[in-house]
Design a protein around this ligand. Sequence first.
Ligand code: ZN
Length: 296
Amino acid sequence: MATFSPLVDELLPTNKANTRGGLVPNNTIVHGWAGTNRASVIATLVTGPARASTNYIIQGDWIAGSVPEELRAWTSGSNTFDSAAITVENANSGGAPGWPFSAATVDSLVALIADCARRYGKTSIAHGWRPQGSPVWGVIGHRDVPAQSTACPQSLWARLADLADRALQQLTEAPTLAATTYRVRPGDTLWAIARMFLGDGNRWPEIQAANNIRNPDILIIDTRLIIPDGAPAPSATIHVGGRAKFTGTRDYGGRRLQTWTTGTTFDVIGITGPRVVIGAGKAVTAAVNIADLQPM
Ligand SMILES: [Zn+2]
């Protein structure tokens, strides 16, 4: 079994890794790659001969999994700390002296921290290392690991408390989810699972949204999917070329839309997972969440 976050856009090969020696992940150790090119991260931590690896790599919107969460990645120079943590290598968006990280990279990191805390059953997230069994998911930087003389994670280090706060907000705002779950088997697709549970394969974006799956083409075997609710399929579906009534107040990115849009029926112009572009004819009004649309 290889567990990865449903947020991954890509699965990379696994480099150096060991068992966790009976420990379970209870923290995120944040790393900053001294470089802006993710190919260089992969060349070193995934395919290279160096005695190093990482559970996840982030650059902007792109999140990749390399070492499965069951295994200890060789990222932080400490068997003990890596054994109790999910390690994340973040590519810079610029070089010395500031070593900045793009807002998109930080957003991806926050989402990944929140997702890990949720999947490991934590009720809170905080800056600082947390011991095994804590109900709180801890967040530290590489340089917080004892005996590490490193500047890693560079400019992210001063922002760890803020990252933990933002992740906590996402954790506590997550909707209460239905109890039905399904373990992914080889050969499954979101479409087939939607047809099985929701009666209509075209409702797969609902399962994608409920599980925060970023890339619907990557379905990881043995992952437990939350099935949003087994209500019978509506007679109509949201589809490109169809019409849908917008019932929300915000766009897909969370920005408030003009009040007239709520309750208005639009043409559906495009669908990418849970993100639906609506408008009139070919004129785009906004991109919204499929959950805020009612098929007409
Ligand atoms: Zn590091």
